[in-house]
Every structure is written in structure tokens, then in C-alpha cells.
Design a protein around this ligand. Structure first.
Ligand code: ASP
Length: 612
């Protein structure tokens, strides 16, 4: 037997027991004629004591870091206890040992605070995985998966695998493709998600499906994306949106309870997509804090029916505002005393290329009684005290607040103010890792305009159903956008989808929709997306066909499993929660993949590489 206990198991009440342990040498400390060794495995660390007699044996068989060691000995109470680790009251008085394997010196220290940089740790990921920090993340990941599986099983969901080698039907992201040797010149694609399969399973009557499943998307890797990632993918039949929202907020609440011991008893908030954009500037608002956007000026086409925060509009005094399409502001609590240096720094912050604004205007709402007057702004030359006061009032600023104002083109300004709001929330400590706030964002637009192709694309995916009241608009209008009609003025821009996203702390953790389940409507949808009949049949004939054999009403959702784990683990990076992740260029530096393949393999696949 290699071991009687793990390195995390022994306690004071085991004192006197003869035990055998096996693990990795974490550290070696010599004190005169005795040696202490910390032995580590997945379960913890146990201190070993080699006395004088064994020390001589050690001299003949020296140990090194990361050696695999087996020891026999007796559990003894430690004189110098370590309260930081569960085994800290005891040590093993070693009576015999055997080196099971040696290790070369590892390229970085295998400790919580390692000296290894990112690249090195990825190249030697199998060593990195020995570190506690990474191990804890994988344990959390497993706990989340177990909790989700238990909940879904208890609610009658069935785990059904779907294939990885499928047909390429790029819609949304780019497909990864796999050449078929047996069908020269033909390719499979790796699924971007099991979307059509889960819908087919509904047609087949498996009315509650789930899968914890890999998805593959050949996208340019934006920050913290992986070309292969995992979803908790779910689908249900005979459901309306409300049923799905109810079922899956239950799932996330259960995960909170099982994994973090959090009782999330409050009602999950809901917000329309339009209100999210209007009040927070993005479709996944972090609602752990307020600081809502005041819409001082905006183009009517973007928000028909919404009113500007100042009923009369902005006074026409200041060119920067007057010439801008959109002027948006937030009131940052308690920051009216910001120094020149601080406001300059914020101005530089919004001018960074990622934010892309030309400048930042501000109003300091000084606490009353200040001899400088109650309002001070960066545009005092243009607005008088009364105008500043009215403006601050429209932003709902209180005495002591700093009003930050951005002006520019609609999309960029809204995005920028949203980033600024998040940044200020972070700086003020309003975005704590251990506070969790869920939100459903509902009523997304069905379509999005793709400028490069001058056509509509599905905002979620082409299987999402329009709101019943919008079907007529979709059917009766041509999708064509003429020069005369700006895309935002096209009736399609107003069509809403039966789609929903679940947002946690400002991150989209899941999204789904009620699906189209009639062939007719699905064909209309394809044609609205600019697909010819032939193209639709070529790409999705199987689904259109299936819809003719009694497809039930259905809908579903998929959660981004890696992201969910990262948020629950209080980390920004999903890579930390994936055992073997790719780097930012989509490379596995440990395997050195992707890589070239042999001429012989290419030949078998009937592939000739182009000269570049
Ligand atoms: N398949 C969708 C996605 O990957 C999710 C869904 O609609 O269920 O985003």
C-alpha cells in the first residue's frame, strides 16, 4: 500500500499512529542534525521530521523539491504548531522513506505566491496545477458542475450528448473546421453550441435536456475569451419565457447555496434591454450600485418615446454639448472634492483609445456653504450658476457629488459612460467580489445591423422567436435597407425578441430564447437575414424538415460555465478556472498547438496549402 493517509488527513487525535504517507516534497529545512520536510498532495501539507539517524540516510539519498516521496513514521504532537494549516498540530517522526521518483528543479516555485510568470506557468501547466490557488479553482468548478447537475437531474432534465463533428453553418462567430479524410474536399465544423441539436431533441420529445458541453468559436480572442469553452446548455418543451426564467433562476440560486453557502432569497430583478441601455449604457448592467446615467441629449431614433433628463434640453451655450449627438452624465457620490490632478487623471482615462472620448466635463456639487459657491465646473465660462444647478439636478446629484459628463456620437458615448460608471463604481469599492446581484435582461431586439454586409443579423441566433406582436412587422416589411432609410429607422430595428440574458455583477452569465417552432416562420426569419431559399435549405434543411413533424413549442438557455466559475471564485479571468487553457493568441503553449502537420497527413486529407 502506497499510503495509509493523505497529507491533509492527520490531526492531534492521531498522535501515536503508525502511518504511511506519499506526496511531493514542498520544502526542505535543515536544522543541525535534523531535517524538516513539508510533504504535499492534493489534500494538504504534512510536516515530516527526519532525526539524526535518518539524516544520514538522507545524505546518501538527498531529496529535492518536487521529489515524490513515501514515508513511514509515527504521528506526533508538534512543539511549534502552525495554526494556518489543518495538519499544523502534528508532524510525522519518520522511521523509513523511499524516493518514488525524482524531479528536476521546477521552473517556478509551487506555492500560492509563485515566482512564475503567466507564460511559464502555462507552458508547465501540469506544475501550475499543483498549486493551491489553481487547485481551489478547479475544485470550485467541479462543485458548480455537481450542483448544476444535481438541480437539473432533480427537475427531470436528461443529459444527452450531441456530436462534435457537425456541418458548418456559420452564423455569428466563425466555425472551426475539420477536414474529412474519407470525404475528400469536405469538412466538418465543430459546434459553436449544440443549438440545433437541442431543438431537434425537443422535436424528438426529450422535453428537458441539458449538457455540460464544450463549444468552439473561432473568434479573434478578445480579453478573456477561449476558443473552446464550456456551457451548461439547457432546453425545455411546452414552456413560455416565464417558465424558463423561473427554472433557471432556481438553478443559479441553488449553485449559490451549494457552492458559496449563500441564500439568495430575494427576487431576481428584471429590466428591459432598452432600460438597461438607457440607464446603464450597456446590456449587462452591474446593478450592485446606482449611479444611473442621466440622458441629457440623445438621438430620438435610438430611443423613441424617451424624454431627456432636462425637459427643455441643454442650454445652447457650450459648443462641446451643442455639437454632440449625445450627452450623458453620471453623479459620482462623495467626489466633489476631487483635486485638479484627480479630474485631469479621469480626463486622461476617458481619452484612452479603449474609451475613445475627446474629453470629460464635470460639475463639482460642493457641500453647501462653501465660499466658492455651490457648483464649480469645467465649463464655468459657458454655463452660469443657475444652469449648472439645473444640470446637476437633472443628473440627480446631491451636495458632495461629482457630475461627470461625456459628449459625442451616440454609440461611443453611451459605451464610454457605461465604462466610466463601472470604473467609478470600482474605485469607490461598490463592486465587491463577494456581493452577488442577479438580473434578467429581457426584450432584446431581434435583429442587429451588420454594417460590413449591409444586412440584418440575428442578435441572439436565427432560431429565436420574435415577440408575437412583432411577427406581422417582420413578415410584411422587406429587410432591405435603402440609402434613404437609416437602419435605426427601419421597422426591423424595433422588432423585439423573446430572448433573455442572465446577468451577474455586470457579466452576462447566460442567455437564451423562446424558439421559432414552425417551418413557415423559420423560413421567414432566414429570408429576413438575407438567406435565399436554397441557402436556407442547404444549411438548415434538416431543422426545417424536422419542424414539419410535430415540433413542440420550446425554449432554452445556455450558461457560460467558465465565466460563472470565475465570478463565483472572485476572479476576472476564466483561464484560472480551466485546467488546460489557451493563451491570448489561442495557443496551447504546453502542447505547442496549433502546429503544422505532416505532408503525409495533408495528402491523406487531399489538402494542398496555399503559398501565402
Ligand atoms: N445556443 C445559445 C448560445 O450559445 C444559447 C441558447 O439560445 O440556448 O448562445
Amino acid at each position: 500500500m502506497y499510503r495509509t493517509h493523505t497529507c491533509g488527513a492527520l490531526r492531534l487525535q492521531d498522535a501515536g499512529r503508525e502511518v504511511t504517507l506519499a506526496g511531493w516534497v514542498q520544502s526542505i529545512r535543515k536544522f543541525g542534525s535534523i531535517t524538516f520536510v513539508d510533504l504535499r498532495d492534493r489534500y494538504g501539507i504534512t510536516q515530516l521530521l527526519f532525526d539524526e539517524a535518518l539524516n544520514r540516510e538522507l545524505e546518501d539519498n538527498p531529496l529535492g523539491r518536487e521529489y515524490v516521496l513515501q514515508v513511514k513514521g509515527a504521528v506526533a504532537e508538534r512543539s511549534n504548531k502552525n495554526s494556518h494549516i489543518p495538519t499544523g498540530d502534528i508532524e510525522i517522526h519518520v522511521t523509513g522513506f523511499s524516493i518514488l521518483n525524482k524531479s528536476v528543479t521546477p521552473p517556478f516555485t509551487i506555492q500560492d505566491d509563485t515566482d512564475g510568470g503567466d507564460d511559464l506557468r502555462m507552458k508547465f501547466r501540469y506544475l501550475d496545477l499543483r498549486r493551491n490557488a489553481v487547485k481551489r479553482n478547479l475544485e470550485l468548478r467541479y462543485a458548480v458542475s455537481r450542483s448544476a447537475r444535481n438541480y437539473l437531474h432533480e427537475h427531470g432534465f436528461m443529459d444527452i450528448e450531441t456530436p462534435f463533428l457537425i456541418k458548418s453553418t456559420p452564423e455569428g462567430a466563425r466555425d472551426f473546421v475539420v477536414p474529412s479524410r474519407m470525404n475528400a474536399g469536405q469538412f466538418y465544423a465543430l459546434p459553436q453550441s449544440p443549438q440545433t441539436f437541442k431543438q431537434l431533441l425537443m422535436v424528438s420529445g426529450y422535453d428537458r435536456y441539458y449538457q455540460v458541453v464544450k463549444c468552439f468559436r473561432d473568434e479573434d480572442l478578445r480579453a478573456d475569451r477561449q476558443p473552446e469553452f464550456t456551457q451548461i446548455d439547457c432546453e425545455m418543451s411546452f414552456v413560455e419565457q416565464e417558465d424558463i426564467l423561473h427554472m433557471f433562476e432556481g438553478l443559479i440560486k441553488r449553485i449559490f447555496k451549494d457552492v458559496k453557502n449563500i441564500d439568495y432569497t430575494e427576487q431576481v430583478e428584471r429590466m428591459s434591454w432598452e432600460d438597461a441601455m438607457w440607464n446603464y449604457g450597456n446590456d449587462k448592467p452591474d446593478i450592485r450600485f446606482g449611479m444611473r446615467i442621466a440622458n441629457l441629449k440623445f438621438p430620438a431614433y435610438a430611443f423613441p418615446g424617451k424624454k431627456p433628463a432636462l425637459a427643455e434640453g441643454l442650454p445652447a451655450e457650450f459648443k462641446v454639448f451643442d455639437e454632440a449627438e449625445t450627452v450623458l452624465a453620471i453623479a459620482v457620490p462623495g467626489c466633489s472634492e476631487y483635486s485638479r490632478k484627480q479630474t485631469d487623471e479621469l480626463t486622461e482615462w476617458v481619452k484612452r483609445p479603449q474609451i475613445g472620448m475627446k474629453g470629460l466635463a464635470f460639475i463639482k456639487c460642493l457641500p453647501e456653504g462653501n465660499s466658492d459657491g455651490a457648483f464649480k465646473s469645467s465649463f464655468d465660462k459657458f454655463y452660469n450658476e443657475q444652469q449648472l444647478k439645473e444640470l446637476a439636478g437633472a443628473v440627480n446629484a446631491q451636495a458632495g457629488d461629482l457630475v461627470l459628463i461625456l459628449a459625442g456620437a451616440e454609440e461611443r458615448t453611451r459605451k464610454a459612460v457605461s465604462e466610466l460608471r463601472l470604473e467609478m463604481g470600482r474605485r469607490l469599492g461598490l463592486r465587491k467580489d463577494d456581493a452577488f446581484k442577479l438580473l434578467w435582461v429581457l426584450d432584446f431586439p431581434l435583429f442587429e445591423y451588420a454594417e460590413e454586409d449591409n444586412r440584418w443579423v440575428a442578435r441572439h441566433h436565427p432560431f429565436t422567436s420574435p415577440k408575437p406582436q412583432d411577427i406581422e412587422t417582420m413578415i410584411s416589411h422587406s429587410p432591405v435597407i435603402t440609402d434613404a432609410v437609416k437602419y435605426l429607422e427601419h421597422p426591423y430595428a424595433r422588432i423585439k425578441a423573446n430572448a433573455y440574458d442572465m446577468v451577474l455583477n455586470g457579466n452576462e452569465i447566460g442567455g437564451g430564447s423562446i424558439r421559432i417552432f414552425q417551418r413557415n416562420l423559420q423560413e421567414k426569419m432566414f429570408s429576413a437575414l438575407g438567406m435565399s431559399r436554397d441557402e436556407a435549405l442547404h444549411k438548415f434543411g434538416f431543422l426545417l424538415g424536422a419542424f414539419e413533424y410535430g415540433a413542440p413549442p420550446h425554449g432554452g438557455i445556455a450558461f457560460g460555465f467558465d465565466r460563472l466559475c470565475a465570478i463565483l471564485g472572485g476572479s476576472e479571468s476564466i483561464r484560472d478556472f480551466i485546467a488546460f487553457p489557451k493563451n491570448n493568441s489561442g495557443r496551447d503553449t504546453m502542447l505547442d498547438a496549433p502546429s503544422t502537420i505532416d505532408e503525409k497527413q495533408l495528402e491523406e486529407l487531399s489538402i494542398a496549402l496555399r503559398e501565402s
